[in-house]
Design a protein around this ligand. Structure first.
Ligand code: SOE
Length: 373
């Protein structure tokens, strides 16, 4: 694993627990974790359960005891690490969004196609049981043809103008702001559940707070007031409408400025025969309308619901971390059986192209912009 912050911690939890709940065709061993600071990486390894540490990811990739590389770093290093790992014959799982640019994502797709290893982009929300169940309902034709998708991802962690300029607010590190961080999730979820693509968009983006205090680690002792702030170089919010490949219409809202909404990843799908609705803040529920008569609440905790049978008795519920455990389980099965894991790097590139079209449209007065194929 490379990186030990939020994503490194949650992926580690998944690697630690997956074998205790699922019958796996192979047993993962948590060999080595890489980070730049030796001290902090050693502390992370001890806490998270990794046997060894490296302070340079290139050394990790060279090791014979590493067959799978899990990339949990900011987007600016995804392409370099993934391509090097694939070329070294490793299997790769990479955090989302796949890369910071379409060009990087294309290079990753080419490297994946040329390499023997398996590769997967970690859109974990596909592995929320209720979202996997929603896809099953669409595949079974229960809601008919898709007319509308209404998706929103609402958070509030940077509403305070004094919140520091962390890497997620810097374009050179994160690629984009709310758009790539959380907008990418709802684009992927919409495409996953409906089985259709977003083919064109019209967008607005905004950065409400343009300057913020530097994060502690970059604020330098004795910095004057003027020197202790920096420019926010990404969007705070991105709103866009789009067309789906099946002829339906979609709307997307991604914002970190929605006070009271912590991780409200919401999606509603309206079809010719029925509708589905989901909110991550109540992630064990899926709402289904079979046409007329309003919505029925499905408690997605039954053993025949996706992934649920491996866990607790009905009604006991799952949480955020389980989505990563499910992701690692599916990835390991693909590695063991030789199947192609999903979402692939090509799926990640497809999302990246939507993000790019959103940025182009927003820069171009919201002009309708086709998503490249
Ligand atoms: C931060 O906005 C973040 O952690 C995202 O990066 C994740 O992908 C999402 O799951 C929760 O919010």
């Amino acid at each position: 694993m490379i990186g030990y912050a939020f994503m490194g911690r949650v992926h580690s939890q998944a690697w630690r627990s997956v074998g205790a709940f699922f019958d796996l065709p192979l047993a993962p061993r948590m060999a080595v974790i890489a980070g730049r600071s030796k001290e902090q990486t050693e502390a992370a390894a001890a806490q998270l359960g990794w046997a060894d540490v490296e302070t340079d990811w290139r050394e990790l990739i060279k090791r014979d005891d590493v067959q799978i590389v899990d990339i949990c770093t900011p987007g600016d290093s995804h392409a370099d690490i993934a391509i090097a790992a694939l070329q070294a014959g490793k299997h790769v799982i990479c955090e989302k969004p796949l890369a910071n640019t379409v060009a990087e994502a294309e290079a990753m797709v080419r490297a994946a196609a040329a390499a023997p290893g398996k590769s997967m982009v970690a859109f974990n929300y596909r592995r929320v049981p209720a979202i996997a169940l929603a896809r099953r309902y669409v595949e079974e034709g229960r809601i008919g043809e898709i007319r509308h998708v209404r998706a929103a991802y609402l958070q509030d962690w940077i509403v305070d103008p004094e919140f520091p300029l962390v890497w997620r607010l810097q374009k050179d590190k994160a690629g984009s702001g709310a758009l790539g961080d959380i907008g990418a999730h709802i684009v992927d979820a919409a495409q996953f559940i409906t089985g259709e693509n977003v083919v064109g968009v019209s967008a607005l983006t905004e950065t409400f707070i343009k300057e913020r205090p530097l994060a502690a680690e970059s604020a330098g002792l004795g910095a004057s007031r003027a020197e202790s702030t920096g420019q926010v170089t990404v969007d705070d919010a991105a709103l866009f409408i789009g067309r789906l490949s099946g002829g339906g219409l979609a709307s997307f809202e991604a914002t970190r400025f929605a006070y009271g909404r912590k991780n409200a990843m919401r999606i509603e799908i309206f079809g010719s025969r029925g509708s589905l609705a989901f909110d991550f803040e109540a992630m064990n529920e899926l709402w289904f309308s079979s046409g007329g008569g309003g919505f029925e609440r499905i408690l997605v905790t039954e053993p025949d619901h996706p992934y649920v049978g491996a866990w607790w008795p009905p009604g006991h519920g799952l949480g955020y971390e389980h989505t990563f455990t499910h992701e690692i389980k599916d990835f390991l099965e693909a590695v063991a059986t030789g199947a192609d894991p999903s979402p692939s790097f090509a799926d990640g590139l497809r999302v990246q192209r939507v993000l790019e079209a959103v940025e182009q449209s927003a820069a171009d007065g919201s002009r309708y912009t086709n998503v490249e194929d």
